[in-house]
Design a protein around this ligand. Structure first.
Ligand code: COI
Length: 350
């Protein structure tokens, strides 16, 4: 057995061991990490089996699997942050677990329990600990996937499912100014559809308007509701908020908008700061008349919108250090990284 000082040295080295990454250059892109978590469900067992940590790598799928043929799949997104003392915090993982359960029900899939989900996330983060960026240099983005992996030629729910969790260190989702373009032809979601759950199929249908908007120099599109075409819904991967006076409004999540966990957290923080937070229908004219606009999301965090363009007319909004968005961002990221006391019990130390 080694001496106490040798032991301390080993423990310290392990504690501070980092992967070979240029942490100052992190972007929101995949960096392959060491491990992923895999857990399977078969109809014979009727439940998810004991999951395992496996080396990160490609997976084998039957060409006739439900996910490949009919898009029977969901994903989640959450982050792990390193505190100043090197400890690691997860942010509200129960919320992601619950959202996956709701989504699984909508997509006719079995879902891991909240405990199974959190256990899988913790194991994935701990196995990839050296990839959690240093304090305030980014975060480890965790991507849980739930997919129909059983063979399925006919249109029906798959008979086998896989729950897989992988992770990647990430930096800002969008470093540049956010200039949005209102999309008035393509809709992201329709009432009764799957816009309110994190179905994998919600994303690629927006690539076309998004690519066209980016080609014109915009950062993202802003979708309108499919029924009237006159109310704001959300961006391609973020929720949106509008500030006027003391009122902060955000489109109501009633089935066509993703109920974001950052969105929920920001609503709670803003109410605590004394703003009147209204979750309701937000007409386009009202949005264009706002003083300040910001987007939220796990990937995006909280980011001010510089401008919204609708039918060629560009409206600009307040930016900078004095914005409410900046204040909310500082508080949220302070809680997430352990610099601000977490009085709301949102973080989970692992
Ligand atoms: C997230 O913020 O976790 C998202 O889902 C955005 C992602 C599609 C990049």
């Amino acid at each position: 057995m080694g001496s106490l000082s040798q032991q301390n040295e080993v423990e310290c080295k392990e504690k501070t061991e980092y992967a070979n990454v240029n942490w100052d250059e992190l972007e929101f892109a995949l960096t392959k990490t060491d491990y992923m978590y895999v857990m399977n469900f078969t109809q014979d067992d009727g439940k998810f089996s004991q999951g395992t940590i496996a080396r990160f790598g490609n997976i084998e799928l039957c060409p006739s699997s439900g996910i490949l043929n009919y898009g029977q799949g969901l994903f989640e997104g959450l982050k792990a942050y390193r505190k100043e003392d090197e400890g690691i915090l997860l942010f509200r993982p129960q919320e992601n677990a619950l959202r996956m359960k709701i989504g699984a029900d909508r997509m006719c899939m079995p879902s891991p329990t909240v405990e199974q989900f959190i256990d899988a996330v913790k194991k994935t983060v701990l196995a990839n600990k050296r990839w959690v960026p240093p304090h305030r240099k980014g975060s480890l983005y965790i991507r849980p996937l739930l997919m129909g992996t059983g063979q399925n030629l006919g249109v029906k729910p798959a008979s086998e499912y896989t729950f897989l969790v992988y992770a990647s260190p990430v930096g800002s989702y969008n470093k540049a100014e956010l200039n949005l373009m209102v999309e008035d032809k393509v809709h992201r979601a329709t009432p009764g559809g799957t816009g309110g759950v994190k179905a994998v199929t919600n994303y690629s249908p927006v690539y076309k308007p998004l690519t066209q908007a980016r080609a014109k120099g915009f950062s993202d599109v802003l979708f309108l509701d499919a029924l009237t075409g006159s109310n704001i819904e959300e961006g391609s991967a973020c929720n949106i908020f509008f500030l006027k006076g003391n009122v902060i409004s955000t489109p109501i999540a009633d089935g066509t908008i993703l109920p974001g966990i950052t969105r929920k957290s920001i609503m709670e923080l803003a109410s605590g700061f004394g703003y009147q937070v209204e979750e309701r229908v937000v007409p386009l004219e009202e949005a264009l008349d706002a003083e300040e606009v910001f987007c939220t999301g796990t990937a995006m965090v909280v980011k001010s919108v510089a401008s919204i363009t609708y039918q060629g007319k560009r409206i600009e909004y307040k930016l900078g250090a004095e914005t409410v968005a900046q204040k909310l961002h500082a508080t949220l990221t302070g809680i997430q990284t352990g610099g601000i006391e977490d009085k709301l019990g949102w973080t989970m130390a692992i």
